[in-house]
Write a protein that binds this ligand. Structure first.
Ligand code: GP9
Ligand code: MN
Length: 429
């Protein structure tokens, strides 16, 4: 009810931080192109297999002086996987403790999402393209509630058996067929491209196997570098098209990995990939890092060590775009802010900060990776304090979604999204 919203507002107010003013508006008016890197983990960046870089194009982007890259950026998804990542990026709200918030609440809830904010505050055209079924994760309904004007799922693309693998079109085919739609989008646009080939079980046709499988002997793991390499090549092709057309000059790219590719059930193989003697539960938490890269001509970049997660992308992006973001219900913070809290929640209540981490019931020293077995009274209080902060934040975000609280929230500048205005069905002419 309304009083729940008051508690949320109070919490957000007392935890708000000032965004980094140096970066406010540096990308004002630019197109925003988000490339969702399916199941892509941070460890792949600069990773080599048999002497060959697995992701040369993404490595180049990561290190570019025109990029702001984050070395300690974590995925924060739960059971909703991709859809949880999308929920966080579009709304700065967490996915739920179980199930997918987009599936369970995406059809009926009121949201105040990135596409609606950008449309209303800066007249952006908003679209998602995806070479998979439109109904997956309830996207065809949830995107309307988010205020997306256009959604092009698989039905907008030419599909043949050899184009398709796993959950959708192969990324290269998906990108190359997306071009004709991208070209028609009025600018500035806010566009998300959802890739899918680098998804378990990491299969790709022979012709596109341009790097050898790893040799851990773990069947579910060894194909991962191969599909990651394919995704990297696809991104490379898209970027060279952008360069050729000059679109790169008018666009800020946002690349991020949605969640792990190698689950916590593969400690032995993970240790081998990382060339470590063992792989602890703490290592597995660090394994949840995924890339976050903002790239734009003239962006004064660098590789940032700030700890953050998917919940923080929207506030960071809005600051870069120069869009005032004071009276929104968002749980993340500008990652470039010197006051960024750097407490990264995991959906199960685990967390990591630059100093401490919690995995299961145990606390760890982030620097050494060692378990803190006997904290003194003062440290114990600090650790429990952090843990409580994380649970409070998660449960308040849950209340926003399960109580549909944004229906009570009416900032003056915001016009409620009218989902029935949008029709994603392809008009056959
Ligand atoms: C399918 C894709 C996969 O459209 O987004 O979702 P995931 O299994 O990664 O959650
Ligand atoms: Mn996914």
């Amino acid at each position: 009810n309304v009083s729940d919203l008051q508690s949320v507002k109070k919490y957000l107010k007392s935890n708000s931080v000032k965004p980094n003013a140096t970066y406010t508006g540096v990308a004002k008016g630019k197109n925003v192109l988000i490339i969702h890197l399916e199941s892509f983990q941070q460890f792949l960046i600069d990773y080599k297999w048999k002497g060959k870089a697995v992701t040369p194009n993404l490595n180049k982007l990561y290190h570019s002086k025109n990029s702001l890259s984050f070395a300690n950026f974590y995925n924060q998804v739960g059971q909703g996987k991709t859809s949880d990542a999308e929920m966080m990026l579009e709304n700065s709200l967490y996915g739920l403790q179980s199930g997918s918030a987009m599936s369970s609440y995406g059809t009926s809830n009121t949201f105040e999402s990135a596409p609606a904010i950008l449309k209303q505050k800066a007249n952006y055209t908003t679209a998602v393209m995806h070479g998979g079924a439109g109904s997956f994760w309830n996207r065809n309904n949830a995107y309307k509630q988010f205020g997306y004007q256009y959604f092009m799922p698989l039905s907008y693309y030419d599909n043949k058996p050899k184009y398709y693998i796993g959950y959708g079109l192969k990324d290269k085919i998906f990108f190359s067929q997306s071009i004709k739609y991208i070209e028609r989008l009025p600018q500035p646009f806010y566009l998300k491209l959802l890739t899918v080939t680098n998804h378990y079980p990491y299969e790709i046709d022979k012709k596109n196997q341009k790097i050898e499988r790893t040799d851990t002997g773990d069947e579910t793991v060894d194909g991962y570098v191969q599909t990651a390499h394919y995704l990297d090549q696809a991104v490379g092709e898209l970027l060279s098209w952008m360069k050729k057309t000059g679109l790169d000059q008018k666009t800020i790219l946002v690349l991020y990995g949605d969640h792990y590719g190698i689950s916590g059930n593969h400690h032995q193989a993970s240790a081998e990939l990382l060339k470590q003697a063992d792989f602890t539960n703490f290592d597995n938490l660090k394994f949840q890092r995924v890339p976050l890269i903002f790239n734009m001509r003239g962006l004064n970049g660098g590789i940032k060590k700030t700890y953050g997660g998917e919940i923080d992308v929207l506030p960071t992006l809005l600051n870069l775009l120069g869009i005032n973001n004071q009276d929104t219900i968002q749980f993340g913070h500008d990652l470039l802010s010197s006051a960024a809290p750097q407490i990264v929640a995991q959906r199960n209540g685990d967390f990591i900060t630059p100093k401490y981490a919690k995995v299961g019931g145990n606390y760890y020293n982030t620097k050494t990776g060692l378990e803190i077995e006997h904290p003194d009274k003062k440290l114990k209080a600090e650790l429990v304090g952090l843990s409580n902060k994380v649970t409070t934040q998660l449960s308040l975000s849950d209340r926003v979604i399960t109580g549909n609280l944004l229906r009570f929230y009416k900032p003056k500048w915001f016009k409620k999204v009218a989902p029935h205005k949008y029709d994603y069905n392809e008009k056959k002419s």
